[in-house]
Design a protein around this ligand. Structure first.
Ligand code: NAD
Length: 511
């Protein structure tokens, strides 16, 4: 599929997208849709359905009907559909990336990398016969063997945010489907274009109808998923506020839920760091994708005199940044994804100024010369941000970077480990011993050493702690296999003739 872009002239109406249920698009009347904007121009480019209970009911019914055959499909047959989807996703990577850029605003090269990082998890799931393998232990007792199996849960769901319309869903559904579950995706309504295409690619790959379903919508659709008794498990990715609701209400109803939520990541810079490397990393990790990444580094914790040396190097790089439409070559940073969110980021900058942080670079006055109606914002740099300030405590999710000055490494690690969020962190240093200490002492699950955005490769698990995640298991990798399947332990006796154990009311012994 390709969503139309507005032609230069002539009659034009935005395309109305459809839910995807039972292997086909489900159309909705225009009054049950909301607008999708191109953030680079401010124009409405499509309309997305607002689903609710009826659509979730229909998706659960389709997924339930498809479940037994999908569960029982031979693993190699299931995995060959994954190989085909992998091939199609790779072939359509540029189209997927263009749709991401169009809806989200991030630059095209960034969007293309997003697709490729999502593909890693699809590739991991292609090995599903091995992922689903159990264990077999002969002779655990006289004539008794034990084996374990992994079985799917049934109908499961993913609820995903606006900022990675391909990568985050593809960090969830490949493993869910590989385990033999059928799936309902509730993506963000702000960035729906690439979702439609994913559904169509699954169909082309030969996935049976009803195995993969998409329901669009906001609060009503999410509530329907959380409350639906036919849905066994949910992986949520988004803000802490919504993630907490999904986790608490979902688990209260007996579902498995993990929520991967908001963040405020810190990058420590020691005085011995390679400052050129650290400056590149700080600017890239702070402003890439307009700061709309849960792994963005938003607080630079400069130790000793590192801040004095880092700041001019960062300013030099900031002065060279090109802010503009994400499809234009040479653009480093695109617009904010909605006008409302742009207004919220502006308020955070006002707040930081009022709180007394030093406003070194102010992104608020930026207007893009040829796209004045686009949701653009320049980059902002605060220095001397203090613990206790709201701009220190809270996630802004925009191109706003704060520098915190501390005297020692110990002070820096205290701040890091005392923060309410714990998603990713990084240290910049040339001292292997300091890096090793940091690796062991940091209370954050994803750590980078001279790597600013330490997103693990697709076959490893991903997830935070504290207010950045709710639930025990991470997403992707081995943790996701465990999350999306139930293990069963089977104890088997095939007694040799004449070796019947006989009647005994004693608890079974293995000796
Ligand atoms: P969001 O919480 O607003 O939306 C996430 C999902 O919940 C969407 O599908 C949305 O439609 C739905 N939703 C929104 N408001 C709702 C409500 N009131 N009731 C029920 N459902 C609702 O998040 P977002 O703005 O789309 O994404 C940004 C957030 O996601 C940031 O906080 C970011 O840190 C976080 N995020 C976290 C990770 C991670 O792995 N930890 C990854 C990406 C994004």
């Amino acid at each position: 599929m390709a969503i139309e872009t507005r032609p230069e002239s002539g009659a034009w109406a935005p395309e109305i997208l459809s839910h995807w249920i039972g292997g086909r698009p489900i159309e909705v009347p225009p009054e049950r849709t909301g607008p999708v904007y191109n953030p680079a121009t401010g124009e409405v480019i499509a309309r997305v359905p607002r689903g609710g209970t009826a659509e979730v009911d229909a998706a659960v019914a389709a997924a339930k009907a498809a479940f037994p055959a999908w569960r029982d499909m031979p693993l190699i047959a299931r995995s060959s559909i994954f190989f085909q989807f992998r091939h199609l996703m790779y072939e359509h990577r540029e189209e997927l990336a263009r749709l991401i850029t169009r809806d989200h605003g991030k630059t095209y090269p960034d969007a293309l990398t997003e697709v490729m990082r999502g593909l890693e998890t699809v590739e991991y799931a292609c090995g599903l016969p091995t992922l689903m393998a159990g264990m077999n232990t002969p002779s655990v007792s006289t004539d008794v063997d034990v084996h374990t199996l992994r079985q799917p849960l049934g109908v499961v769901a993913g609820i995903t945010p606006f900022n990675f319309p391909v990568m985050v869903p593809t960090w969830i559904y490949p493993v869910a489907l590989a385990c033999g579950n059928t799936f309902i995706l509730k993506p963000s309504s702000h960035t729906p274009g690439a979702t439609q295409l994913q559904a169509e690619l699954w169909k082309q790959a030969g996935l049976p109808d009803g195995v993969f379903n998409v329901v669009y919508g906001g609060r009503e659709a999410v509530t329907a998923i959380v409350e639906h008794p036919g849905i066994e498990a949910i992986q949520f990715v988004g803000s802490t506020a919504v993630g907490t609701y999904v986790y608490e209400e979902g688990t209260r109803r007996g579902k498995r839920v993990t929520s991967f939520t908001s963040a405020k990541n810190m990058m420590l810079v020691l005085p011995d760091a390679d400052m050129e490397l650290a400056a590149d990393a700080a600017v890239a990790a702070g402003y890439g994708s307009a700061g709309e990444r849960c792994m963005a580094q938003t607080l630079i914790v400069a130790i000793g005199d590192a801040g004095d040396r880092l700041r001019p190097l960062m300013l030099d790089r900031i002065a060279r940044l090109n802010v503009g439409p994400g499809m234009e070559p040479g653009v480093d940073m695109g617009p904010i994804y909605t006008a409302d969110h742009r207004a919220s980021v502006v308020k955070w900058i006002d707040r930081g100024e009022a709180e007394g942080a030093e406003l070194v670079v102010d992104g608020r006055p930026f207007v893009h010369p040829t796209n004045p109606k686009g949701f653009f914002l320049g980059v902002t740099l605060f220095d001397h941000v203090q613990p206790g300030m709201d701009i220190y405590n809270e996630e802004i999710f925009g191109p706003v970077l704060g520098m915190v000055r501390v005297g020692t490494y110990d002070e820096a690690i205290r701040l890091l480990n005392g923060h309410q969020y714990a998603n990713g962190t990084a240290i910049f240093t040339t001292d292997g011993g300091a890096a090793r200490r940091f690796e062991l002492e940091s209370d954050v699950p994803m750590v980078g050493i001279n790597v600013p955005i330490p997103v693990p490769v697709g076959y490893l698990s991903f997830g935070g702690a504290k207010k950045s995640a709710l639930g025990d298991l991470k997403m992707r990798g081995e943790d996701s296999v465990r999350f999306f399947s139930r293990s069963k332990e089977v104890t088997v006796r095939w007694p040799e003739p004449g070796r019947r154990p006989g009647l005994s009311l004693v608890f079974p012994s293995n000796r």
